[in-house]
Design a protein around this ligand. Structure first.
Ligand SMILES: Cc1ncc(C[n+]2csc(CCOP(=O)(O)OP(=O)(O)O)c2C)c(N)n1
Length: 575
């Protein structure tokens, strides 16, 4: 264990006005970038940092978590709903390996999350020191940018660089390793400054090349059926108004990925809903297939959205691909026009270029596609069967949530069903899931981060029981902080999504996917969470109402039909 070490910079009456300790400089640099909340967990190597947080009048809130993975997920949820950098921290060794899953999810989902792991002293390196780990090598492939500090004097520069990297270009995560002795060394107070605009994203918008805007404009004018497929980039960029204006001008339907929910009000006539193999349906796929021009916006056109690059079918429709990352257009499809730049600026430039052009279009076909999709859903949602049908859970929960509520969905049953059938009213980040890696157990912690970022609205997390087993410890955090979040557990005693894959693709040879029944309501109750276990679909509405209106944490354990027995809004199990 690291013994308390006197900082090389004295404090108190004789304190040098010119110098801070490294730990103090870290606190000042976070504050200078506008950080308001830090999620994390203590450790031996973090003692100087915690002491600086305890002593300085910084005004930042520290949220103690029960493991580092969840600290990172909380920072991720917080960043998604606030548009600000989410910050998490943990100690060396296990603290670094445990924080990693949240960092990589944030990075691949283009969410700016900064993780700080303290580390063994520079002077202890290479001596088989407890918890020593090559954090530089560990974090390099998983983050947009990372650094290991070797000298206290580098702290201000390294933190400025981290914030700049996270919030410019394609947003992403950053990692800084902060050794114990670096926290105690001197930092010149004059070096401690920051540009606070780098604390939110996108901090520097990049406009598209006018040449490509012109080409895109010509393609659009010549197309008969243009559709937009929007990914998370529209909400990240705050481009919802520009998208709506352009889509209306062209009379073009707007489909989204799961992360793209919130790009457009899903009640409006132009909205198609989610497309792809996880939340798309045959009806939404037919809309994609009918287009002669697809405009991808802030969307990587990955395997799920395009059902393994088959919808749209390559060569069938022309493609305009808008993305802030130049590596995205052309990665999956032969793109006719790449438009590299911030989504809001690209869409505004297209609208300007199409000045005077207006196309009215008959949207009955979209209305019909949505009606067919929801008629099937509503029949199942009206079912009084037990175990309760997933459709019924979606319908009853959606009914009791107001339009500003935030819903976070875990993989398993929640993501495809809520993506397909939970209608987002209004725009902005009101629905999200961890779509980059889809690790089970994300939603509980992400919902805590989201609530802390946007406390004025109701936040709900929906998870399978597999997910519950991976995150239950954070219920204590929700209770300690008295957070009025509602957790819904889809309880079916099976890794249902995988069992459904064994059914459809492997001749029902079920293998090692079933686990025991747990009463999650009783588990939650033991943590101090107000809880209900529901087996009768008739009770769902009143229980959800009670849970949503309670002023502390609540959990509803819903005994649900497993996915392999249900009608899943999934085209196939694709890898
Ligand atoms: C950390 C992690 N391990 C494994 C998986 C693979 N996986 C995807 S869905 C799934 C089953 C989910 O089970 P559960 O949470 O109970 O929800 P259900 O599918 O039964 O609704 C599994 C194991 C994963 N996504 N994440």
């Amino acid at each position: 264990m690291n013994k308390p070490v006197e900082p090389q910079v004295s404090r108190g009456a004789q304190a040098s006005l010119a110098a801070l300790t490294g730990a103090e400089a870290v606190v000042e640099m976070l504050k200078a970038h506008g950080v308001e909340v830090i999620f994390g967990l203590c450790g031996d190597t973090s003692l100087p940092l915690y002491d600086a947080l305890a002593r300085l009048p910084h005004g930042m809130k520290h949220i103690l978590t029960r493991d580092e993975r969840h600290a990172a997920y909380m920072a991720d949820g917080y960043a998604r709903v606030t548009g600000k950098v989410g910050v998490c921290e943990g100690p060396s060794g296990g603290g670094a390996t445990y924080i990693l899953p949240g960092l990589v999810e944030a990075n691949e989902s283009s969410i700016p999350v900064l993780a700080i792991n303290t580390d063994v002293s520079v002077s202890s390196r290479g001596k088989f020191t407890l918890t020593e780990l090559d954090q530089r090598a560990l974090m390099k492939p998983l983050t947009k940018w990372n650094a290991v500090l070797d000298r206290s004097a580098d702290i201000p520069r390294v933190f400025r660089k981290a914030f700049e990297e996270m919030t410019t270009g394609r947003p992403g995560s950053a990692h800084i390793a902060l050794p114990f002795d670096v926290q105690n060394g001197p930092v010149d107070r004059g070096d401690v400054w920051a540009d606070p605009t780098l604390g939110a994203f996108p901090s520097r918008r990049v406009a598209p090349d006018a040449f490509f805007v012109e080409l895109a404009m010509k393609l659009i004018r010549n197309s008969k059926k243009t559709i937009f497929i929007c990914g998370g980039g529209v909400v990240l960029s705050g481009a919802e108004s520009e998208l709506a204006e352009l889509a209306e001008k062209l009379g073009s339907p707007v489909a989204t990925t799961i992360s793209g929910k919130g790009s457009i009000d899903e009640r409006c006539a132009l909205s198609v809903g989610v497309v792809g193999s996880n939340g798309g349906t045959p009806e939404t796929r037919a809309v994609v297939d009918s287009a002669d021009l697809v405009i991808f916006v802030g969307c990587r056109a990955g395997s799920v959205t395009t059902e393994r690059w088959r919808h749209p079918a390559p060569g069938r429709a022309k493609i305009i691909h808008i993305d802030v990352d130049p590596a995205v257009p052309g990665a999956n499809y032969q793109v006719d026009v790449p438009l590299v730049g911030d989504a809001r600026l690209c869409l505004a430039a297209l609208k300007d270029a199409l000045e005077g052009f207006e196309r009215s279009s008959d949207l009955t076909w979209i209305e019909n596609a949505k009606r067919e999709k929801f008629e099937k859903f509503e029949k199942l949602a009206a079912s009084g069967d037990a175990p309760i049908k997933p459709e019924r859970v979606v319908a009853e929960l959606s009914k009791v949530l107001d339009k500003d509520a935030i819903l976070v969905a875990d993989p398993g049953t929640p993501c495809p069903y809520f993506s397909a059938y939970h209608v987002v009213r209004g725009t902005g980040r009101k629905y999200f899931s961890n779509r980059a890696h889809g690790a089970l157990g994300y939603s509980l912690a992400a919902a805590i981060g989201a609530h802390i970022g946007r406390p004025s609205v109701k936040t709900v997390a929906v998870m399978g029981d597999g997910s519950f087993g991976m995150c239950a410890g954070e219920l204590e955090t929700a209770v300690r902080l008295k957070l009025p979040i509602t957790f819904v557990v889809i309880s079916n005693a099976v890794y249902g999504w995988i069992k459904a894959g064994q059914k459809t693709g492997y001749g029902q040879r079920y293998f090692s996917v079933d686990f025991g029944v747990t009463d999650h309501a009783r588990v939650a109750e033991a943590f101090g969470v107000r809880s209900w276990r529901v087996t009768d679909p008739q009770e769902l509405n009143s229980v959800f109402k009670k849970a949503i209106s309670h002023d502390g944490p609540t959990l509803v354990d819903v005994v649900t039909q497993p996915l392999h027995e249900a009608h899943a809004p999934v085209s196939e199990w694709v890898a």
